[in-house]
Design a protein around this ligand. Structure first.
Ligand SMILES: [Zn+2]
Length: 318
């Protein structure tokens, strides 16, 4: 007889579920592709089914589920666990907790994906138990979370730490939020791919096109072209890096954290091209006092960081 935890990380294009022992060791994972066009009701059904299946496939008679937690894209109203008009999911207002509890007949913990990632890092990562920790995810979008005095800072509604929508350049490109020059519009994977397509429309960017080999152009193809020595791709990554450094330096100056942890597909996938010069640039831009003792690093939990956060919220509360 074992005690088990179920963790679910809902993304714009996938549901990643994990089942873990009561002390936080992941026993098994399950990944399902989703499509935004499928709508909230259908995705919630898929999540509920995924949870039922992972429990069935990995438990035996007498095992007890000690908790189920889910990380969802924000904005999320924390008091009632309602997603508010999520740009990534293309949902209106969806009562994630209520809907899943109805489907499963069990209590579910729900939090914003970036908050869960920060909790994962705080309890299980390389920067465990740092008193003041900033987490920034750089993937198709940019988001974040703040741990102050060992606890998550959520703000009044649960909407704190929307770092991706900090304006870096008011004359920059339009952002999905409607403003111009947000960090997300300048330094996310989506922004990098868009800049590459602008080059291609101008008849440039041949090395990036070659890397895409007829397929979709994403941050990955720009990275591959940059690694092959292509000047245009390297310039795009340099621009991303400088916008990101400006944003991260702003955050360090505002919060004076002990550690700033980066995660997300773009930060991990382009780490060889990004990290060292990015971190040097952040250190050059911040106040000397804020740089004193500051650690800058990449999450040690990779794609599972959200699952670890879900487990932490069951084990230690959120
Ligand atoms: Zn924005």
């Amino acid at each position: 007889m074992a005690k088990l935890i179920v963790a679910v990380d809902l993304g714009a294009s996938k549901i990643l579920a994990g089942i873990a022992s009561a002390d936080g060791r992941i026993i098994n994972r399950k990944k399902i592709s989703t499509n935004k066009a499928e709508g909230a009701e259908y995705i919630l059904d898929r999540i509920a089914l995924c949870i039922k299946e992972i429990i069935k496939e990995n438990s035996s008679a007498g095992d007890k589920i000690s908790g189920i937690a889910i990380a969802t894209p924000g904005p999320l109203s924390y008091s009632d666990s309602i997603v508010w008009d999520s740009p990534n999911l293309k949902w209106g207002r969806v009562a994630v907790k209520e809907e899943l509890e109805k489907r499963l007949g069990k209590t579910i913990i729900v939090d914003k994906d970036t908050n869960m990632a920060a909790l994962g890092e705080y309890y299980f990562g390389r920067y465990r138990k740092f008193k003041h920790l900033l987490y920034v995810t750089v993937s198709t979008g940019i988001g974040g979370a703040v741990i102050v005095d060992h606890g998550l800072y959520r703000g009044k509604n649960g909407g704190a730490a929307e770092f991706g929508h900090m304006v870096i350049d008011p004359s920059g490109p339009y952002c999905s939020c409607g403003r111009k020059g947000c960090l997300e519009a300048m330094a996310s994977g989506t922004a990098l791919a868009r800049q590459a397509r602008v080059l291609i429309v101008q008849g440039k960017g041949q090395a990036i096109l070659d890397c895409a080999d007829g397929g979709e152009i994403t941050a990955r193809e720009v990275g591959a072209a940059a690694r092959s020595g292509d000047y245009e791709a390297q310039t795009l990554i340099l621009d991303l890096r400088e916008a990101l450094a400006t944003g991260l330096a702003n955050l360090v100056n505002i919060f004076d954290p002990e550690v700033l942890v980066l995660g997300g597909g773009v930060a991990m996938g382009l780490q060889d091209l990004l990290l060292e010069p990015l971190f040097s640039s952040v250190r050059e831009k911040v106040f000397a006092l804020n740089n004193n003792g500051l650690e800058l690093g990449l999450t040690s939990l990779g794609e599972d960081v959200g699952l670890y956060g879900c487990m932490a919220s069951v084990m230690f509360g959120n």
